[in-house]
Design a protein around this ligand. Structure first.
Ligand code: CP
Ligand code: NVA
Length: 305
């Protein structure tokens, strides 16, 4: 039976560790100039309803490095759900391709895509989750810390798709996850409840960011207005002002704290230049690791390796 990657909870803890191990191995080999064509002659259809830099480039490049080919289908090409139904597109793309990666608005759209596709479907971001991002983020933390023991992650900002995927991660790998979000901007209630029910991590909401970052190993932030929320951007700038990741806030955390951001960053809003360009930011390692972890995901889903 085909396997999809729509949320982090589609994987067991062992499968997540296996993906980290494979990603690190592929990364090491790539740095030595060794590319193994594990997905030779395979193709990945990439369906985008929203813009992207990292997701498109990392999947396309990653697929090429694995000996395959990726097709970029822009928001204007397919008109998924408008020009053609999700179910029909799923069946058509499955006839040509070995896998589908999609970045869509509603999470229900990717569930439908996966239901009707006969090939694996990978979530490249929906309004609800961004699982590939948080997989790459945890890989980056593993590289920097060497282990996840006693890990404390503090997520600052909007309770959005990234916050939800962090909760999913905390329901697979033990950690202390503190979400510092303003009133009215909580993460998805069902995801939070499910994460807390998993019982392996402490997952808490702390409205005061100064308290939330205490003892943090990782401070993580994301844009205040996600793609599709552009009209709310001005209002959100006021609501989120005290949730800016600036030097003052970062200084409240442990001396070895690392700062992460999935990018694109709105410098001067959720994060300052001083932090982004400072010694504690690991945002570009994070961006790079998107490619390595996604290669591992594609290998596990699209080959017998
Ligand atoms: N972090 C991330 O997914 O970036 P893009 O939106 O540019 O793909
Ligand atoms: N929360 C952001 C993430 C961008 C990678 C968005 O959905 O726009």
């Amino acid at each position: 039976m085909k396997k999809d990657f729509l949320t982090i909870t589609d994987c067991t803890r062992d499968e997540i560790y296996d993906l980290f191990e494979l990603a690190l191995d592929l990364k090491k080999k790539l740095k030595k100039g060794k590319r193994k064509a594990i997905l030779k002659d395979k193709t990945l259809a990439m369906v985008f309803q929203k813009p992207s830099a990292r997701t498109r480039v990392s999947f396309e490049t990653g697929m090429f490095q694995l000996g395959g080919h990726a097709l970029y289908l822009s928001p204007n090409d397919i008109g998924i759900g408008k020009r053609e139904s999700v179910a029909d597109i799923a069946r058509v793309l499955s006839r040509y391709n070995d896998g589908i990666m999609a970045r869509l608005f509603g999470h229900e759209l990717i569930l439908e895509l996966a239901e009707y596709a006969s090939v694996p479907v990978i979530n490249g971001l929906t309004d609800l989750y961004h699982p590939c991002q948080v997989m790459g983020d945890m890989l980056t933390i593993l590289e920097h810390r060497g282990h996840f023991d006693g890990l404390k992650v503090t997520y600052i900002g909007d309770g959005n798709n990234l916050a939800n995927s962090w909760i999913n991660m905390a329901s697979r790998i033990p950690m202390s996850l503190t979400l510092s979000v303003p009133e009215g901007y909580n993460p998805d209630a069902a995801t939070l409840q499910e994460g807390q029910k998993s019982g392996i991590s402490s997952i808490e909401i702390e409205r005061d960011p100064m308290i939330a970052v205490r003892e943090a190993d990782i401070i993580y932030t994301d844009v205040w207005a996600s793609m599709g929320q552009e009209k709310e951007a001005e209002k959100r700038k006021k609501v989120f002002r005290k949730y800016q990741v600036n030097e003052n806030l970062v200084n409240e955390a442990g001396a070895d704290v690392k700062v992460m951001h999935c990018l694109p960053a709105h410098r001067g809003d959720e994060i300052t230049d001083a932090v982004m360009d400072g010694p504690r930011a690991i945002v570009f390692d994070e961006a790079e690791n998107r490619m390595h972890i996604q290669k591992a995901i594609m290998v596990r889903l699209m080959s017998n390796a």
